[in-house]
Design a protein around this ligand. Structure first.
Ligand code: GLC
Length: 527
């Protein structure tokens, strides 16, 4: 069949990550939910994003807040019902917003019927859907570690066998070599695509298959600390068989019109080229989490730009997500952190590629202090508090400055809001032209307005030390990382400034410390 050539809808799109539990609470139980999200679609539309990515909303004991799925075909009652999902999709689509959902194929919950059956008897055939193994003299089968701390094995059932969990013990890893597992996930994907999902964010996308020999990790002393660490080149995950699975998923995604999209949770740029291909996944994240330094940011951007081939895909630029410390805090916190976060957004979101905004980034939220006794992340629990965990970036959204619980819920939210949280609320920021929210709105609107004229390439231009400048067609982006004001020889119309002190007169662009600008230029910088 003849099809007109056109750019795929997801290329250069801006996605907004909704951490379902913390976005908006419609039934006032202190926990966000699907109708809450639907009620905020006007907000997302006015922000100027093209789509959302919803974190897992499936029935789940919530031991890892939804990344422990007990039923892949339903909605967690605390988050709503299937009808609420259908309504959310319908209302999002009416506004032209796409909806990506999270798929968790590496592990299930220990409450999934497969795992419950597996534990029911040592002969139960469901055991082969997971990784059960005999221990070695009362110790686990090998020395693999869980990403949340401690051994990756837990002993269970009358036979005293151990099962593998690369994350929490309540998240047993699936055995993808048993054909029933890929068959089931094909069904699950199709089920949600038929319900209207526009694609999937694939949780721990490189981990599905583990090395079959279950060999012990060879240990070598860490270069600096001397602590024993896994020898380079020894991979437990990232096994070749996973590519066959993704080829099947890509075929399925291509059967829909327009094509549905597959986004891998793959941060390591060295691994991305093997997954981001015309017949596998469409895109992966380019998370920039470096110290605020021009040379470091330039090299991080270049590494991701070159990781994927331009004809196939472009990087998905990201500053934060639900697993990392909020970037305002990472960049120095308070006023300095916010100035840098504004500049960082201008620098990153002018680049060719998709953008991912984590909820609250547009408000410049900081990592919140959560008192130790209120922390809920399994990472805190497994490390007995040695790791502070990820709760601080998951504190619910502040919507209204002067309402109880900042308008998120009338009930106390599941994670406590620190004092003054309401000052960052949406309504307060909407009133100010210099707020982070106003800047994000202008940034996304300007990006959208320029979209047709922006090529898929960019070029670095000469810049003073501590500054970065690049050109992309008519757009020139300049960023000052230093603590001193900088004068750059750049002429153009000022489209966007991260701070009120930015000026463009004649041939000179003045950038205060930690600021950035977008200029419209006749000739592309760097060409
Ligand atoms: C991914 C998720 C993270 C979760 C983990 C285990 O990294 O982003 O939140 O804890 O997978 O599912």
């Amino acid at each position: 069949m003849w099809r007109p050539v056109r750019t795929s809808w997801w290329r250069n799109a801006v996605f907004y990550q909704v951490y379902v539990r913390s976005f908006s609470d419609s039934d006032n139980d202190g926990i966000g939910d699907l109708p809450g999200i639907t009620s905020r679609l006007d907000y997302l539309e006015s922000l100027g994003v093209d789509g959302v990515w919803l974190t897992p909303f499936y029935p789940s004991p919530q031991k890892d807040h939804g990344y422990d799925v007990a039923d892949y075909y339903g909605v967690e009652p605390r988050y709503g019902m299937l009808d609420d999902f259908d309504d959310l999709i319908a209302q999002a689509h009416q506004r032209g917003l796409k909806v990506l959902i999270d798929i968790v194929p590496n592990h299930t919950s220990d409450h999934h019927p497969w795992f419950e059956a597996a534990l029911s008897s040592p002969d139960d055939p469901h055991r082969d859907l997971y990784h059960f193994a005999k221990g070695k003299d009362g110790a686990p089968p090998n020395n693999w570690m869980s990403a949340f701390g401690g051994p990756a094995w837990t002993q269970a059932g009358a036979a005293g066998d151990w099962y593998l969990h690369l994350f929490a013990p309540q998240q047993p890893d699936l055995n993808w070599r048993n054909r029933a597992v890929p068959a089931e996930f094909h069904k699950i994907l199709k089920y949600w695509l038929d319900r209207g999902a526009d694609g999937f964010r694939i949780d721990v996308a490189v981990a599905l298959f583990k090395r079959e020999d279950l060999a012990d990790r060879p240990l070598v002393p860490h270069r600096i600390t001397g602590e024993p660490v896994t020898a380079p080149g020894f991979d437990i995950i990232d096994q070749a068989e996973v590519h066959g699975v993704y080829r099947g998923w890509r075929k399925l995604a291509g059967e829909y019109e327009p094509e549905r999209v597959l986004l891998g949770e793959i941060f390591d740029p060295a691994r991305q080229p093997r997954y981001i291909k015309p017949d596998e996944l469409h895109m992966a994240f380019a998370l920039i989490d470096r110290w605020w330094n021009a040379a470091l940011w330039k090299s991080a951007i270049d590494v991701f730009r070159h990781a994927v081939s331009r004809g196939t895909s472009l990087p998905s630029w990201t500053l934060s997500n639900h697993d990392v410390v909020r970037h305002v805090t990472r960049l120095g916190g308070n006023g300095t952190g916010r100035d840098r976060a504004k500049a960082a957004a201008l620098l990153l979101f002018g680049l060719p590629g998709q953008c991912f905004v984590y909820q609250g980034d547009e408000l410049g939220l900081e990592e919140a202090y959560v008192p130790p006794e209120r922390r809920q992340d399994p990472l805190v629990i497994r490390t007995k508090g040695a790791n502070q965990g990820r709760d601080g970036c998951r504190v619910p959204m502040p919507w209204r400055e002067h309402e109880p619980n900042a308008g998120f819920s009338t009930a106390p939210p599941w994670l406590p809001m620190p004092p003054g949280w309401g000052r960052s609320a949406v309504d307060a920021q909407a009133r100010s032209t210099t707020s982070m929210l106003s800047l994000y709105r202008r940034l996304l609107a300007t990006r959208r307005g320029l979209a047709r004229r922006l090529p898929a390439t960019m070029r670095w231009a000469p810049a003073p030390k501590d500054c970065l400048v690049y050109g992309r067609g008519p757009l020139t982006v300049a960023c000052n990382f230093s603590r001193r004001p900088q004068k750059l020889e750049l002429a153009g119309r000022l489209l966007l400034a991260s701070s009120p002190g930015v000026t463009a007169h004649g041939e000179t662009l003045k950038l205060p410390p930690n600021s950035a600008a977008w200029l419209e230029t006749r000739r592309s910088a760097g060409s």
